[in-house]
Design a protein around this ligand. Structure first.
Ligand SMILES: Nc1ncnc2c1ncn2[C@@H]1O[C@H](COP(=O)(O)OP(=O)(O)O)[C@@H](O)[C@H]1O
Ligand SMILES: [Mg+2]
Length: 308
């Protein structure tokens, strides 16, 4: 048996809540602590990819041959898909910092601005966008990422973090099927908390449908929602979250979903500056120590929760 890798999908229907930011920062922090971390960017917006590579570099060196778009292309083409390991990159700037500190590494599978095409093609092959589990190819089309990550090349990773797009279409579904855990970043406001209940229900439906088709055995899946991480908390001068946010920092009892103890505060300066250096905020030398500490604690809490 290969050692098990923990695969965590970072997901929310809403954009702009911090999925990409938390994926990059938790990944970088764990790599800095010596772990082998793989990030997979599944969002056509490619923000995670652009956190580590400049758009010009992406265009010149990655876009045509070395992104998840080409890999999904090989999944959709006849014959065996490409080995996903061929698409793994090691972004230079962040790994210079990580490597100085220990034996960790932060790898990335880059996304593509046209990834939506692969999403549509997967849905078409399934027989339409309703995802009927009656399709003879239901399991095969939901499992490509799960099967790829079970390959020997990925056994060296301690954790795989998958940055999902803000939707529940095929690419996102392949991520969930490949996952052991889900992490749900959210802003503490009314609309965000509403969306989380819907996400939880769609998630349960997917797991139920997949397991109905897979039957008991090795194809059965059991991903667990680790919880909601509240991000972009604004603090009042007295030191507690502003009143508008306070009401939404707990989920209503009707929504059965855990909440992480660690919250991440809003800090526009640190997160904006980090974007340009190819190094996530948590590792930026001289960065705001309070925010960096919160991100470190979040990484610790995630580790603790994935172990249990
Ligand atoms: N805690 C935070 N404080 C300030 N800005 C943040 C914080 N978290 C994320 N951001 C910024 O908010 C924007 C959206 O975040 P992002 O991670 O891209 O969201 P998503 O991936 O959910 O769409 C980005 O510009 C990011 O730099
Ligand atoms: Mg994003």
């Amino acid at each position: 048996m290969l050692p098990t890798v923990s695969v965590v999908s970072v997901i929310n229907y809403k954009g702009g809540v911090g999925k990409t930011t938390l994926t990059a920062n938790v990944g970088a922090e764990l790599a800095y602590r010596g772990r082998k971390v793989l990030l997979i960017d599944l969002d056509p917006q490619s923000s995670l990819t652009f956190s580590f590579y400049r758009p010009q570099t992406w265009e010149r060196e990655l876009a045509d041959e070395r992104t998840i778009l080409q890999w999904f292309g090989s999944v959709l083409a006849p014959g065996a898909p490409d080995d996903l390991a061929k698409y793994v990159l090691t972004p230079p700037e962040v790994n210079e910092l990580v490597g100085k500190n220990g034996a960790g590494r932060l790898d990335l599978v880059a996304s593509h601005l046209s990834l939506m095409d692969a999403d549509l093609d997967l849905a078409a092959d399934l027989g339409g966008s309703r995802f009927q589990h009656g399709s003879p190819r239901y399991l095969e089309l939901h499992r490509p990422l799960a099967d790829a990550l079970a390959g020997e090349a990925f056994a060296e990773y301690d954790v795989v973090l998958v940055d999902c797009p803000p939707n529940f279409t095929m690419v996102t579904r392949t991520a969930i099927v490949a996952s052991d855990h889900l992490l749900v970043p959210a802003k503490p406001d009314y609309l965000s908390t509403l969306g989380i209940d819907y996400l939880r229900r769609k998630f349960s439906e997917l797991v139920r449908d997949v397991n109905r088709v897979a039957g008991p055995g090795p194809m059965e899946i059991n991903p667990v929602i680790l919880g909601v991480v509240f991000n972009m908390i604004q603090y009042a001068s007295g030191g507690s979250p502003i009143i508008a946010a306070r009401n939404y920092l707990t989920m209503p009892d009707s929504v059965e979903i855990p909440v992480f103890d660690q919250r991440i505060r809003e800090n526009k300066t640190l997160f904006a500056a980090a974007g340009e250096q190819g190094v996530p905020a948590v590792l930026v030398p001289g960065g705001n120590v309070t925010v960096q500490y919160e991100l470190q604690q979040l990484a610790s809490e995630l580790l603790a929760k994935t172990r249990s």
